[in-house]
Design a protein around this ligand. Structure first.
Ligand SMILES: [Zn+2]
Ligand SMILES: [Zn+2]
Length: 202
């Protein structure tokens, strides 16, 4: 079935993100899948674990209410078009990976045109073609049944109690950071930037 999110809600997602793009439509469909499989975010304690920081994450934030600041949106910097959702109370959830063949739609032609755009040599006609190709992908994503778009697998997270962490003062710059993000070097507690300055391997 094609996208069931009402048009006016999609307009709000687009204005939240700043533009309409294929990446955003992937996020819309992933959020739609999350709501379909787990229920309305307001009724459960939904957490999203996103394996990309691209456009689609904005749709997920807007439609599920999972945000970075609330701690129920977790970014894993894997650069994959994959999104996990689970209910913090039961721990049950799933992972949705964009099917590899979805990445191939119009890919060769678009890669060529995007290269020309990056080099600043794209013609007006080519820019129009690029726009059309992007729109085609976006429309395809919105029109497609969710099970044709994503590979869905079981994914769960054992319930964890919230832990209150201390802040430690960096012995180099004096700024405080959360204890789980501090480093130790030559007997001193350091923040990550100060550690990176002294650590030999980097
Ligand atoms: Zn975008
Ligand atoms: Zn420091």
């Amino acid at each position: 079935m094609s996208c069931l999110i009402p048009g006016e809600v999609l307009d709000q997602v687009i204005s939240f993100h700043g533009h309409s793009c294929p990446g955003l439509s992937i996020g819309v469909r992933a959020a739609e899948l999350a709501i379909q499989k787990l229920g309305e975010p307001a009724d459960i304690d939904m957490v999203a674990v996103v394996e990309t920081d691209m456009c689609g994450v904005d749709a997920i934030q807007f439609l599920t209410g999972c945000t970075l600041g609330k701690g129920n949106l977790i970014h894993r910097d894997y650069g994959k078009m994959a999104f996990c959702f689970y209910d913090r109370i039961s721990g049950n959830g799933f992972r949705a990976l964009l099917k590899p063949n979805m990445r191939e739609i119009n890919r060769a032609a678009m890669t060529r045109l995007m290269k020309r755009q990056a080099e600043g040599v794209i013609t007006e006609g080519e820019a129009e073609t690029l726009k059309r190709l992007r729109n085609e992908i976006q429309d395809a994503y919105y029109a497609m049944p969710l099970d044709e778009m994503f590979i869905v697998s079981e994914w769960s997270m054992p319930p964890r109690k919230a832990v209150i962490l201390e802040s430690l003062q960096c012995e180099c710059c004096g700024e405080y950071s959360m204890e789980s993000r501090t480093r130790r070097f030559s007997g001193k507690v350091l923040c990550i930037p100060c550690f990176m300055k002294v650590e030999q391997k980097m």
